[in-house]
Design a protein around this ligand. Sequence first.
Ligand SMILES: [Zn+2]
Length: 480
Amino acid sequence: MAYIQFLGAAGTVTGSKHLLNTSGDITGKTGVQLLVDCGLFQGKKEWRERNWQNVPLSVKEIDCLILTHAHLDHCGWIPRLVKQGFRGPIYATPSTIDLCSIILPDSGHLQEEDAEFHNKFKTSKHDPALPLYTMEEALECLQYFQPIVFGLTKEIARGVSFRFVHAAHILGSSMAEVTIDSMGGGSRSKRLLFTGDIGRMRDQHIAPGKVVYSGPEAGETADIVVMESTYGNRSHPTEDPRPALADLIRKTVARGGSLVVPAFAVERTQKFLFMLKELMESDQCPRVPVYCDSPMAIKAVEIFMKHTEEYSDETKRLVAKHGSPLHWPGFTFAQTAEESKKINDSRFPCVIISSSGMVTGGRIQHHLIQRLPDPRNTVLFIGFQAPGTRGFIIKSGASEVKIFGQMVPIRAQVTALEQFSDHADTPELMEWLRTFSNMPKSTYLVHGEPEAAAQLRDTMAKELGWKVQIAQWMEKVEFA
Ligand SMILES: [Zn+2]
């Protein structure tokens, strides 16, 4: 019997890793064995520790990896997989490969920095503390990537093929449709759909600044669906975030403070920059210096400017009007550590955008140590904060947070705008699911906190009549 085994993102929103075995034989010798996504576990320690466990099979037995998109919780374990001996092709869209070429080495760099920190301050039970992988090892794995454009059917082995369809989540993001031809015994061919992360359905008024065009592809057909459920129990706000953002900047600047925005360097930062530019150009908010402090941001902007084929209409308009953010007066991109430190010295109101988006590492930590204790400042979250991350702690109203081993008092105003999400909420997911041309035999929910997955399962069962199960970590489900 062919099966899927959930090696990650089951019961949590990180560590996406799904094994598909078409033969039912763990060595995959009589069939094909492939992985869809290979992400890092992030957030709580109990999850992060899973990054150190091996997958329950020899990685050499995996024929290939299909990658849906370039977020670390989907791609960040690839260097570890290669380190353990995986040498198969890694299929991804061209823009996903471009993004991985900056995201993975940066992740290796952060892993090394973390290990160095633990060794210096003896804060790990391991002596010496080691990085999960190094920057060098992350660069090494890039040679195994193979570009597959959207819509092209790629044969992996005789009788097993896949194609990427648009997921509308971030630049390059895709869903993987895997087709397995008749598996003998009179059974017909099977279509499996792995959604990866699913983007927004709605218009720009509600989800403005979207880089890629809206809406995952409608009219899917699938026998088995493995689907994300991050926002399975929530609806995004429906009002335009721009007036609220302008108001926040105005008030912060009026009291002599600065706005600090933790944001993913890729996609979210570009989106936010264009929005700031529009607000300042139209005099809706004060023109203060904007610092984009992320070593990756410059490269990310360059990649983003290159892949015009995926732009939304709004992005096309903004890029035509304003050109590359790298050349805007008043907007500074800090590349070196010295340039980053200079921002710390800035005593005048400004906007600082830095990563990581969930404050799990990166330069944002230095800016928060500096700016959190001052009540004149504002910290604005524009992305999902996974439980256990520093971002989650700050956002949940804590009075202090531990950064680089020291407790930092939180006196700055802390707020969030949820409209920037790149994930479809429950009404949007339901809108997309209603476009399916058939009712899948089984749907497995992954990539969601338990409550979100449970509520989405119930909503889908009630409104669509679908058979939906919540995937469990390491669970194997047979389907043929
Ligand atoms: Zn994602």
